[in-house]
Design a protein around this ligand. Structure first.
Ligand SMILES: [Zn+2]
Length: 252
């Protein structure tokens, strides 16, 4: 399976999420134990402090296992060097997408500073994955509005709306051509409805592995097991865990 939402440890920031120190070797050993062949890895430090150094550290982590790990970097969107950093990240650093966290990074998806950054990601056939599900920032409607301004950019709702906004995330995924949805931390009752109603080619799965302390790896294993309780068909499983993420990670 391909896990579309995992994190590095926090090397430079102290956050309430805690965090254990682990390297790429340990992470890939965890993936093996959980049956995860490939993972999209996002920076933990970059959520709180989106610096070029956070992209460097992420690139170093994923490049140890280029066939197993794919990195999505991040940028401080209002910084004047944001476009330049987006170019460096997908160029020189070989990262394949952009992760944005409008809530923690403190901006709205409606801000026009995002447009040239999105153009950089679109130009290399990359993917934008945004945190979603926590109002006031990070609602699916706001993320869908950005996706509609950039119809060639593939945009992923990183959490399927979580507890509060999963209905909106489902509706926006149905209504917006280039918007996809990752079931990651989405409650089971919502996951079942999303699987039943969302376009099957648009659903992805993620564990958020790596985000917090050691328990989060156990938690990630629990999330993989939870899939069985979603009333999922073999075809949906194949699409969500293999075909859809593979298609998104290929250049269009
Ligand atoms: Zn996450």
């Amino acid at each position: 399976m391909i896990d579309f939402h995992t994190h590095t440890p926090a090397w430079e920031t102290s956050t309430w999420l805690g965090g254990a120190a682990f390297g790429a070797d340990e992470f890939v050993a965890f993936m093996d134990s959980a049956g995860i062949e490939q993972a999209v890895v996002l920076s933990h430090d970059g959520l709180f402090d989106p610096t070029p150094e956070s992209n460097d550290a992420l690139a170093e982590f994923v490049h140890k296992y280029p066939n197993r790990l794919t990195g999505f970097g991040t940028v401080a969107v209002r910084r004047k060097t944001a476009v330049q950093e987006a170019e460096r990240m997908v160029g020189e650093l070989g990262l394949r997408g952009l992760k944005l966290h409008p809530w923690l990074q403190g901006f709205s998806m409606h801000e026009r500073v995002l447009d040239p950054i999105c153009e950089v990601i679109t130009s290399v056939g990359g993917v934008l994955l945004s945190h979603d599900g926590t109002p006031p920032y990070s609602t699916a409607g706001q993320i869908a509005a950005l996706a509609r301004r950039h119809p060639k950019l593939r945009v992923v709702l990183g959490h399927g709306g979580l507890h509060d906004l999963w209905r909106e995330s489902l509706a926006m995924t149905q209504e917006t051509e280039n918007l996809y949805l990752c079931l990651c931390g989405t409650p089971p009752y919502a996951a079942r409805r999303i699987l039943a109603e969302a376009p099957p080619h648009k659903v992805l799965f993620g564990t958020d592995a790596g985000l917090s302390d050691k328990a989060s790896q156990d938690y990630a294993v629990a999330r993989v097991k939870e899939i069985d309780g979603w009333g999922i068909t073999d075809a949906q499983r194949q699409a969500m865990l293999i075909d859809n993420p593979r298609r998104l990670l290929e250049k269009p």
